[in-house]
Structures are given as C-alpha cells and as structure tokens.
Design a protein around this ligand. Structure first.
Ligand code: PLP
Length: 385
C-alpha cells in the first residue's frame, strides 16, 4: 500500500474506532413516506422533504416542460451565457412568496452561504453567530476572514455582550449576526424578535437561515421571520429549495440592492455554472403550489402530523424535527440499526454534525406520512426504550 492509501486507511480506522464512521445507503425509489432500500420497503422519517413535494407530479411536470424547452445544462454561469428564464421566474416567485423586494437563487444552500457572507463582511469586520449554526454558515464566516464570536445556543445575554464587545473593540467594523430560524439538528426556534431587537440596538446586520423554517412555519409556510412580522427588519434572509420545496438549490432574499450586489460580488454565484433550468422550474412550481389550497393543506397537514407524533411519542418540538438525544455515538448507531431492523429509516446524527457525546436519533415528520405510519413509529420508539 502506498503512503497516501496508508494515510487514508489510518484516518478511516480512527473514525471507525470513535463510532463515527459514515457510509452511503442506496435508495431505489424516490423520496416519500416510504422508500426502498436493498429491495426492502422502509418507512422514511429521515428526509427534510417536509411537505412531500420531492416527488410531486406538479413539480415533475414543471421540470419536464422546462427540460423540453431548456435542455439539461445551463452552459455556464448566469453572467456568462445568459440567465435562463426559469431562474428569473423562480426568483420573482420567491420574492413574492417571501414578501421581499428581490431574491437570488444559488445552486445549493452551502453555496449561498459561502457566496453571501464573504461578500458583505471581510477581515476588518466581526461575525457573531449561534453555536449551533449549520456548517455552511460557519464555513462562510471563516472564509470571510472576519473576527468570529460564537454565542451559546439561543443565549441572548451572551449575544448582547458580544455585540457590546464588537462595538467597543472594533468601532469601525461591520458587524453581522447569524442565526437559523429553526435549528437543523434540534428542531427548536431562535428567539428571533430578541435577536432583531438587539442587532438594531447595536447597529449590526442580521442573516437568518430559514432552511428548516420555510414550508413549515408561517401561514403559508413562508418561515419564522414572516410569521413574526420581522422579515423587513432582517438584512439577509436565506432559505433552501431542496428541503420543504422539494427541488434543489437555495435563495437569498432581501432588498433589490442586495440582489444586485450579490450578482456582482458573490463568488459562488459568479464562478459556478447555473443549476439546470428544470431544477429552477421545479422549485418555482413548489413555491406556486404553496400559494394554492393544496399547498395550504400540506402545510396544515404537516402541523397535524407534528402534533400527533408529539402526543403519541412524548417527544416535543415546535417544528418537524424531533431530536431524540442518546449521547453516546455507538448507542445512537445501535438505536438507528434497531429501528432499521423494524423497517424505519431514522438516522443517527453524530459528531461533527452535533457536538461529541450528544449523538441522537433525528426523527423528521412529513406531511406525506399517514396517521398510521406516525403511530407505528411512536409505538416502536416506546418499545425500544
Ligand atoms: C441543508 C442546510 C443548508 C445547506 O443547504 P443545501 O442546499 O443542502 O446545500 C444550509 N443551512 C442549513 C441550516 C441547512 O440545514
């Protein structure tokens, strides 16, 4: 074995010994309440497809139509060879849905974070972020070169003292606060009204990632900022298209100036080939579906399923994400394996996605689940206890 392979093997052995080895599981079906793995039907409680739109006929139809007209590839970055109509249409639909002046779409949420954060702050500036912010936000913050300060999860007092510190120690700096509306591995909400109040008091800017809020919270699923009437006080709202919106990609929305500025300064937007137009068409169909009675039913159906699972399992969550914290990494893996044995796909989430010693099962309830499927999982979880 050569030196490089020896290196890789040693690293993998270390990961394995810590109970942190990951591997891929091949799905033989579309996303949905039920999926097929190795010829076996499993009840799927792992996906972020909260509204069951990832395999919805309206999205597939929109994608097929765009595929016929625009083909499979975008050819280049949107600035190089023209932006396909579906991307523009998607952004108009997103801006309307989010009640924002403008939106800009990205190929992924990861790319949106990496492209947006370093565009608005640099090495003379300060970023203050919640400890549980997603890796994409952390990586975007690091890439910006700004001085980073982390506050304990949802700890408003600590955010306040960091803001005071930033104003005192970095008087001329731009200060960007970053939070999620719904935390991806905990399912809890940010105290968004308090955060908005504080950042305004200290003259800071705020970026909120609604990856798990869109489609789940708000009258029509517009997210937490909209639900609380705070949207127009948040400088940068981000969300993803690959979760509740059943497609792929992400968006940043806010002012028309923000969109224009990102088109000029966001490196992940400028230096990356545009996503295929049919992907944007599917996402737009999802946004439009949320504005119909059927979309409304899905959002309220999801809420009913969340309530049912909470009642029957004894777990609590204000969102579709129910973390069942086990602690030990190997025990969490064993619990996930036991569930798999019984026909449930529920992932064990481990370090570094969550902190060491806080491994957990992450149950995600979707609008696509039937009441029987939800009861079955709740019952099985209690039997495993
Ligand atoms: C999934 C996720 C992202 C990344 O979005 P992708 O489109 O999957 O790259 C960003 N932020 C949060 C909070 C997420 O959960």
């Amino acid at each position: 074995m050569n030196e490089f392979d020896t290196f890789l093997l040693r690293q993998l052995e270390e990961i394995d010994q810590a109970g942190l080895r990951r591997s891929l599981r091949v799905l033989e079906s579309a996303q949905g309440a039920e999926v097929r793995v190795a010829g076996r039907a499993l009840l799927n409680f792992s996906s972020n497809d909260y509204l069951g739109l990832a395999n919805h006929p309206a999205l597939a139809r929109a994608a097929r139509e765009a595929l016929e007209t625009f083909g499979t590839g975008s050819g280049a970055s949107r600035l190089i060879c023209g932006t396909a109509r579906p991307h523009e249409d998607l952004e108009k639909a997103l801006a309307r849905f989010k009640n924002a002046a403008a939106a800009l779409s990205f190929s992924t949420g990861y790319a949106a974070a990496l492209g947006t954060i370093p565009a608005v702050v640099g090495s003379d500036d300060v970023i203050i972020l919640d400890k549980l912010c997603h890796a994409s936000l952390v990586d975007g913050a690091r890439l910006s070169g700004a001085v980073l300060r982390v506050f304990p999860h949802n700890h408003i007092e600590k955010l306040k003292s960091h803001l005071e510190w930033a104003r005192r120690e970095h008087p001329g700096a731009r200060v960007l606060v970053m939070a999620e509306s719904v935390y991806s591995m905990d399912g809890d909400l940010a105290p968004l009204a308090d955060i908005v109040g504080l950042k305004e008091h200290y003259g800071a800017w705020l970026m909120v990632d609604e990856a798990h809020g869109v489609g789940v919270l708000g009258a029509r699923g517009q997210g937490l900022a909209d639900l609380l009437g705070l949207a127009d006080r948040i400088e940068i709202q981000m969300g993803t298209l690959g979760k509740a919106l059943g497609s792929a990609g992400a968006y940043v929305c806010g002012s028309a100036l923000l969109r224009d500025y990102l088109i000029n300064r966001s490196r992940s937007f400028i230096y990356s080939t545009a996503p295929p137009p049919y992907v944007a068409a599917a996402a737009r169909a999802a946004v439009e579906l949320l504005e119909t009675a059927e979309g409304q039913e899905r959002v309220t159906g999801l809420r009913a399923n969340i309530r049912q699972f909470a009642e029957e399992s004894g777990c609590e969550s204000p969102t579709a994400i129910f973390p069942i914290v086990i602690g030990d990494e190997r025990e969490a893996v064993n619990a996930a394996a036991a569930l798999l044995e019984q026909g449930y796909l529920v992932p064990a989430i481990r370090y570094p996605t969550v902190s060491r010693g806080s491994a957990r099962l992450r149950v995600v309830v979707s609008a696509a689940h039937s009441p029987e499927q939800i009861s079955a999982l709740a019952r099985t979880l209690q039997e495993l206890d």
